[in-house]
Design a protein. Structure first.
Length: 55
């Protein structure tokens, strides 16, 4: 698996964990990135927004 795919999978897993306790509309990209130990620019390199990640 490429690093790019691993990064996308990490974002997806951490978002899934967050959704167990936080409603989607209250999840911020900054908080997701903190859980992934990365910066928001990395997220936006892969996805337009959190809804694209869910799709």
């Amino acid at each position: 698996m490429t690093l790019k795919n691993q990064t996308k999978l990490l974002f997806a897993k951490k978002l899934e964990e967050m959704l167990k306790t936080i409603p989607m509309d209250r999840i911020r990209i900054v908080d997701l990135c903190k859980r992934c130990d990365t910066i928001p620019q990395t997220f936006y390199y892969h996805f337009h927004d959190k809804y694209e990640l869910v799709a």
